[in-house]
Design a protein around this ligand. Structure first.
Ligand SMILES: C[S@@+](CC[C@H](N)C(=O)[O-])C[C@H]1O[C@@H](n2cnc3c(N)ncnc32)[C@H](O)[C@@H]1O
Length: 489
């Protein structure tokens, strides 16, 4: 497949649904085209191009390969709390009892987002009030919509969900969990292409639109077109919620950026603008050095086409200050400031690392991996970066991939004891007794010589408790030695 041929299909996809297919996504496109050529028994690429230009279903099948559907229940739960504790009660208070409140989850993937909203609303407001809320959900990808309608999920969709909630709203089925009918019936799923010239009539009058973790796949122009559509889909007042790390990058002058309870979101009209909205205030930052407790509130820029132009008013804190914020787990502030810094300096390597760390800790693996891939292009040998690649794979339960990354770390920096620990742990669970024993031995050797040995990271606050890990490793080592002895007998 030549570059030119690939570019033609890329262009067609972009025109249809706005997806940008560069870098890793380009590889996905190549593979998708090859699979579809085979599946449709096309003689060659030219025949396939003809097929997708004439048969919209065949083209949709290609699109289904290209979307990224990463999602899980109660993702960014602070935003869901804001919805149920503040936004919905405020909007309902302004409506007559018969008037519904309408919410859209745009780019809903396999349904975890709208169902989380349905559950949270039911929990917070009770069944009767929750009935007043109409939940629509739409996605481009027909395969995920089918999954959403089935409401059947694996363990992986429940990262961090309170077990009591899972017990209340899901029933065990096969190897997974099926959502109870009461909640399934609360959400209506529809096919939706956010870039379609005309939206189907069923999408109208939304008081609140969730559009989280979708805009990252679009360029600025596409984001603006979509925001204008959302604006039109709302009555005189409405609220638009993006993922917290995307919000500032989407301040395009269509909606007004506001802040309430430490959460940033957008509003249309005056009605839902919080009192004393600090996000819209133009505060002069302090010129003196700042400590984390007194970071300047940054002004809310309306991004232009040259969105990366630095604001002359903005003084960002030193990287060390941002590092401290991350270390203190003040993630909301850290993310806002890191986003601003990265807007001005997209290749700022420590900022990329710190933001990836925050995203990983928020379990936003997809966004974290994207940033890590970008950082990888700048420095493929950074220990912080390699460790995070390993942790990302480990936390997503791909232990083989995680071990590959941790091996790279110990190859690059043989004294990085956290990597030996993670490797040992993976090998032990995989019953690779010799390899586990060797890795624990290395860790014990390093930490016995110096319990304060540096962990080889530069920016991320890994902060593993060396004493505890030494103790644990010695115990595992004893057990492994005994097991190995038994095995050889
Ligand atoms: C990463 S998921 C986000 C899911 C959910 N909103 C969340 O935050 O967990 C992104 C979803 O956006 C959908 N998407 C991408 N382009 C779209 C478009 N043009 N119209 C509608 N949905 C789109 C994809 O199919 C995918 O399911």
């Amino acid at each position: 497949m030549t570059k030119g041929e690939l570019t033609k299909i890329k262009e067609k996809v972009y025109q249809h649904c706005g997806l940008l297919l560069e870098g890793v996504a380009e590889e996905r496109l190549r593979k998708a085209i090859q699979d579809e050529i085979q599946k449709n028994e096309c003689a060659n690429l030219t025949a396939y191009q003809k097929l997708i230009s004439q048969d919209s279903q065949a083209f949709d099948q290609l699109i289904n390969h290209l979307t990224v559907n990463e999602t899980y229940f109660f993702r960014e739960v602070e935003q869901i709390q804001l919805l149920v504790e503040h936004l919905v009660p405020q909007i309902l208070a302004n409506k007559s009892p018969n008037e519904p409140l309408r919410i859209l989850s745009a780019g809903c993937s396999s349904g975890e987002e709208p169902y989380s909203l349905a559950i949270a609303l039911r929990e917070a407001l009770g069944a009767e009030v929750a009935q007043r809320i109409q939940l629509d959900a739409g996605d481009l990808d027909q395969n995920v919509l089918k999954k959403a309608q089935q409401g059947l999920y694996s363990e992986f969709s429940f990262r961090g969900v309170d077990p009591a909630i899972r017990r209340r709203y899901f029933l065990r089925k096969d190897k997974g969990y099926q959502l109870i009918p009461e909640i399934r019936q609360r959400v209506r799923f529809h096919e939706l292409n956010l870039l379609a010239p005309v939206f189907p009539k069923r999408f109208y009058d939304y008081d609140i639109i969730f559009f989280r973790n979708v805009s990252i796949y679009f360029d600025l122009e596409t984001r603006r077109i979509i925001q204008k559509k959302f604006y039109e889909l709302m009555p005189a007042a409405g609220i638009l919620i993006l993922g917290s790390s995307e919000t500032l990058g989407n301040n395009l002058g269509v909606f007004e950026l506001v802040e309430q309870h430490n959460q940033y979101y957008f509003v249309k009209g005056q009605s839902y603008r919080p009192n004393n909205n600090s996000a819209s205030l133009e505060l002069e930052p302090e010129p003196a050095a700042v400590t984390p407790a007194e970071l300047p509130v940054f002004e809310s820029p309306v991004l232009t086409e040259q969105e990366t132009a630095p604001s002359p008013k903005l003084i960002l804190p030193e990287l060390q200050t941002l590092q401290q914020l991350v270390k203190d787990k003040d993630y909301t502030r850290a993310l806002h400031l890191l986003d601003r810094l990265l807007m001005q300096e997209p290749d700022n390597f420590p900022a990329l690392l710190l933001k990836s760390w925050v995203l990983l800790n928020n379990q936003d693996f997809l966004a974290a991996d994207e940033l890590l891939n970008k950082a990888f292009e700048l420095d493929a040998w950074s220990i912080d970066l390699l460790l995070m690649k390993g942790l990302s794979a480990k936390w997503q339960e791909d232990q083989d991939l995680a071990a590959q990354w941790f091996k790279k770390v110990v190859y690059t920096s043989p004294d990085c004891w956290p990597a030996h620990y993670y490797l040992a742990d993976i090998y032990r669970h995989q019953q690779r007794l010799e390899a586990a024993s060797k890795a624990y031995q290395t860790l014990v050797r390093i930490l016995t010589a110096n319990l304060n040995a540096a962990d080889a990271t530069q920016w991320i606050p890994l902060a593993l408790p060396a004493g505890d890990l030494l103790f644990l490793s010695q115990r595992h080592l004893q057990k492994l030695t005994a097991d190995l002895y038994e095995r050889e007998k």
